[in-house]
Design a protein around this ligand. Structure first.
Ligand code: DD3
Length: 319
């Protein structure tokens, strides 16, 4: 079989699997709670139940995230055609305002479904107050690390990607080296419909690095390898030049297996703010200047009111 045929067969198999899960529409779904909404990102976070499932197991919650996606230069031409019906709202002099109803395929809503969702997923998407925490390296050792070890956050989905048991057909680039290798693929936040909101993640193959705090001069080859090869792969595959890309890590990350975020500079991706995002180039340079920089530096980050780590800092009298 040619590799194209293989790809098609694989895709069909995957489609069949999702079909078995039966999610073709939200027929029968009931929204039990609006967890959060955001007018500027045009998204809403909902909790609800697939009531069909009620007979099997009454208590399974789903989290559904709906998000309107950006326009793309490639499809805007077909949008401005007979494919968009217009209904006049008001007209005044040379100014007109309409409701436009685009064709189905130009009008998709990015839909993320987490099912069954745990209590932690529900909390994660619930509107909460946020707080700043300054973490010294001692705090990391005495509070953060024991907390992370006790929680045993599952990164099974990351291992599925690394060993190709999930999302294998989405991989953009891979370096198989055990020490400095990684897998580059689209983040779930990106629907890949337009390069304007490009969002990729580079996940390293080695499984012993949890976060920024673990990095020292031993890891410079890994960090530089990710930086160089991701920039090259993105330029080749998506024609986005290096100067248009933002490569950064999160602290705290949402999963504790070392990874790098790659987003389009024009895109205000969630998680690019101060006290969250650290430029990969700065991380590399800091470590080049001081080999154990991240085992010395106080790092300030945000935590939401119900986050377990915030509670631990409170208990330790640090807040
Ligand atoms: C996650 C952070 C994690 C809920 C949601 C997302 N990119 C992922 C599984 C597969 C992925 C990601 C956790 C989870 Cl909505 C809880 O993200 C993923 N696959 N960020 C990709 N490609």
């Amino acid at each position: 079989m040619s590799s194209d045929q293989e790809k098609i067969a694989k895709k069909r198999k995957l489609d069949e699997e999702t079909e078995q899960k039966g999610l073709k529409s939200f027929d029968g779904f009931t929204v039990t709670k609006v967890l959060n909404e955001n007018a500027s990102s045009k998204s809403i976070f909902l909790m609800g139940k697939f009531s069909k499932d009620e007979t099997v197991n009454k208590d399974k919650d789903a989290v559904v995230i709906l998000e309107k996606t950006p326009f793309s230069e490639e499809t805007v031409g077909s949008l401005l055609s007979s494919k968009m019906e217009l209904s006049l709202q008001m007209q005044n002099d040379i100014y007109g305002m309409f409701d436009g109803y685009p064709d189905k395929e130009l009008n998709g809503v990015k839909t993320t479904v987490i099912y069954p969702a745990t209590e932690r997923h529900i909390l994660k998407y619930t509107a909460q107050n946020i707080n700043l925490i300054s973490e010294t390296y001692d705090d990391y050792v005495n509070i953060t690390l024991p907390y992370l070890k006790s929680r045993q956050f599952s990164v099974q989905w990351v291992y599925n990607i690394l060993d190709k048991s999930a999302e294998a057909e989405r991989i953009v680039f891979e370096d198989e080296d055990k020490e400095k290798g990684f897998v580059l693929l689209p983040d779930m936040k990106w629907d890949q419909k337009q390069v304007e909101n490009l969002y990729l993640i580079a996940i390293c193959h080695r499984r012993d690095l949890m976060s920024l705090r673990d990095l020292n001069d031993d890891h410079l080859p890994l960090l530089k390898n990710i930086q160089q090869k991701c920039i090259k792969a993105v330029e080749e595959k998506f024609s986005v030049p290096p100067r248009q890309l933002r490569l950064y890590v999160h602290y705290q990350p949402s999963y504790y297996h070392f990874h790098v975020h790659i987003t389009h500079l024009k895109f205000d991706a969630p998680g690019t703010q101060v006290a969250k995002a650290y430029l990969l180039s700065d991380v590399i340079e800091n470590i080049e200047m001081v080999g154990n920089y991240y085992q010395k530096k106080t790092i300030t980050f945000t935590q939401r009111e119900n986050d377990g780590l915030l509670l631990k800092f409170r208990e330790a009298g640090k807040l």
